[in-house]
Design a protein around this ligand. Structure first.
Ligand SMILES: Cc1cc2nc3c(=O)[nH]c(=O)nc-3n(C[C@H](O)[C@H](O)[C@H](O)COP(=O)(O)OP(=O)(O)OC[C@H]3O[C@@H](n4cnc5c(N)ncnc54)[C@H](O)[C@@H]3O)c2cc1C
Length: 381
């Protein structure tokens, strides 16, 4: 058993940390306050190769492993989860779906610009009437000559309005349940395809979340992604990797909350001593650090299994549910450790407290993760 990162993985983490601290952290609060999408940062992430982390070099990416990807995600979320979720939806969902199931032509046309960061990607599964029960979607894709005609609406889509490329799921055979759903690649500017309303959110305010509306969109046959009717089945594979990244997102947020708390309790005084000297405070810090380390280990283990080509569904769900709940507890404690200062926008823990809640909801809620884990151990999967 070897818990050490490779020299390459350590180097990637260093690059991500330096970038996050120098370029992302200084503007995170302003972006959050003004709900400003971080276009300039995303462009720089592209220059670093971080918009094509899992994509092989021949398709425009840098071809790193999942462990490296988890480290990058953790470092960015440690300072700004709005940037983190933008990177997650782009890499884990849209880009990875095309990477795993795209044809050579689709990769040349869509994956290369996505992986280079020249285009931002979105991925639409959730609908106004179906989230946890995603296969109950209503969007349809009906064949007409050499096209499909798409109608319907997707809800809560990250990068929905800033994305130039979107992978979306729609019903192609209503009699086949989840084996009658297909995936399609859509481009901004296709007639009938529009972003719909942009949501105002509790947290992750600098990230872009919107509806996607399909009103008779004519999508060429060539944009069918993967086999006909296999879109939902393929989605489960995409989600497995996505859950590992969302676990890393929660670890990053939790670590950010702990770092901010450590700095605060060393300088804040009460009763003639720094907060850091009180037993009660030390107990909270010790518990936060222990939980975060456990969440990180579960996350990196799931990433490692994925890199080894081993089954990782249960491990990904365990990492996701544990890390997101650790993240929520860490952010709650961080606000408590800051007292009144934790409740105002001047300190980053206020933002982290709002941002981290999404980790318990997105990419399958905690309740759904526990169901996935139970089905694995009951061997019902
Ligand atoms: C900021 C943000 C970004 C997002 N980005 C994307 C994206 O890029 N692409 C995308 O496709 N989706 C995205 N989503 C959607 C997200 O994946 C869904 O919100 C999530 O899967 C939950 O679905 P829902 O909101 O419909 O909740 P529901 O499914 O209505 O669930 C409501 C509650 O009921 C519980 N519940 C449901 N079924 C069961 C059950 N069988 N047993 C026990 N409890 C159950 C849930 O756990 C939850 O607590 C995003 C959401 C947000 C908020």
């Amino acid at each position: 058993m070897d818990f050490d990162l490779t020299p390459e993985q350590r180097e990637i983490r260093k690059v991500a940390r330096e970038f996050a601290e120098a370029e992302v952290a200084p503007v995170a609060a302003r972006h959050d306050e003004t709900c400003l999408f971080p276009h300039a940062i995303i462009q720089k992430l592209g220059e670093l190769g971080f918009m094509g982390v899992l994509v092989p070099p021949e398709d425009g990416g840098v071809g790193l492993d999942y462990v490296s990807y988890a480290l990058i995600v953790e470092e960015l979320n440690r300072v700004d989860a709005s940037v983190g979720i933008t990177l997650w939806a782009h890499n884990s969902l849209c880009t990875n779906h095309i990477n795993l199931f795209g044809t050579k032509a689709q990769k040349g046309k869509y994956l290369v610009p996505l992986a280079r960061g020249e285009a931002i990607g979105a991925w639409g599964l959730t609908e106004p009437g179906s989230g946890s029960d995603a296969a109950a979607m209503k969007s349809t894709a009906v064949p007409e000559g050499d096209h499909f005609i798409l109608n319907g609406t997707k809800a809560f889509i990250t990068n929905g309005s800033v994305g130039r490329v979107a992978v979306v799921m729609a019903i192609t055979d209503p009699t086949r349940g989840n084996k009658g759903i297909s995936a399609f690649i859509l481009e901004k500017g296709m007639p009938g395809f529009s972003p719909g309303q942009r949501y105002k959110k509790l947290g992750l305010r600098a990230s872009d979340t919107s509806e996607l509306v399909f009103d008779g969109v004519r999508v060429p046959q060539d944009n069918l992604l993967g086999d006909l009717h296999m879109g939902f089945v393929n989605t489960l594979q995409v989600l497995e990797g996505g859950r590992i990244a969302m676990a890393a997102m929660a670890v990053g947020l939790a670590q950010g909350a702990l770092d901010a708390s450590l700095a605060y309790v060393k300088q804040r005084t009460a009763f003639g001593r720094t907060l850091a000297e009180f037993n009660g405070i030390q107990g909270m810090l010790g518990e936060m650090a222990t939980e975060i380390e456990a969440a990180r280990l579960l996350t990196l283990r799931a990433a490692y299994l994925k890199d080894q080509g081993k089954p990782a569904r249960g491990a990904a769900s365990m990492a996701k549910v544990f890390a997101s709940e650790v993240g929520m507890r860490a952010a709650t404690r961080a606000v408590q450790l800051h007292g009144g200062a934790g409740y105002i926008t001047e300190f980053p823990v206020e933002r982290m407290f709002r941002d981290v809640k999404l980790c318990e909801i997105g990419e399958g809620t905690s309740e759904i993760q526990r169901m996935v884990i139970a089905r694995e151990i009951l061997q019902l999967a």
